[in-house]
Design a protein around this ligand. Sequence first.
Ligand SMILES: Nc1nc(=O)c2c([nH]1)NC[C@@H]1CN(c3ccc(C(=O)N[C@@H](CCC(=O)O)C(=O)O)cc3)C=[N+]21
Length: 292
Amino acid sequence: MVETRLIDGKAFAEGLRARIADEVTEFKARTAVTPGLAVVLVGEDPASAVYVRNKGKQTVEAGMASIEHKLAASASQDEVLALVRQLNADPAVHGILVQLPLPAHIDAQAVLATIDPAKDVDGFHVVNAGRLAVGLDALVPCTPLGCILLLKHNLGSLAGLEAVVVGRSNIVGKPLAQLLLREDCTVTIAHSRTRDLPEVCRRADILIGAVGRPEMIRGAWIKPGATVIDVGINRVAKPDGGTRLVGDVAFEEAQGVAGAITPVPGGVGPMTIACLLQNTLTAAKRQVAGGA
Ligand SMILES: Nc1nc(=O)c2c([nH]1)NC[C@@H]1CN(c3ccc(C(=O)N[C@@H](CCC(=O)O)C(=O)O)cc3)C=[N+]21
């Protein structure tokens, strides 16, 4: 049995946001420009609503401007594209985030492709994905960036470690694998078709759950002493009729096996928002003359 440490993402994110707020103060004094983050919400996805509420509040607390655009679920693709182009051209907007998922009648890739890569604070544009892949300066997706900050804070150097990422999405699994590679990890991306997933996971010094399936990764799949980062945020029914949030990792089973683990909530989620603020400041620095 090992003593499993809790990786407190909520506390780490609070500290990060305080450092960003200080930098924003300094940036505004130097440039007379307030970094602005525009969020586009189409329709009313419940998970996105939670996120937008927290994000707007934290953007303002960090001293930046939050610009929210809410479109009806019935909005056409042309309307969404026209709004993105308007935001691209607006000098008060340094970061643009279009909440995903979009309604099914809208081509999400076409919308992402229309965002100016310099304002793409989600890092979802193919130009930013490509720049990350070839090792150029890029705006990096917020959740993967948050995971790396937590890992480096807890482990120091990641060089030479075996990292297994369970999940191959464009927004988490693939960019996180790129970032782990950049830290000199040996990286495996596992997914629903991986043969003997438990055995692959047991190789991991760093195990990342990013599949979006509640508590799929079991305690017996974890190498003793491994560092476990749980990206999943799944709302599940409780026996008493309410709901609760659980991750992709069976948290109780991981106790006494993992060396350290992020909780859900209070782990990766708060880091995602802090990194969004970080990316917005980075984008503003690059766009404003004398900002860097
Ligand atoms: N273009 C785009 N970019 C995104 O980054 C994006 C998106 N679309 N669509 C929706 C998802 C979801 N997401 C969350 C971020 C933080 C928490 C978060 O801070 N969660 C808290 C708990 C929240 C609660 O209590 O419900 C935590 O984990 O501690 C949750 C969810 C970002 N998303």
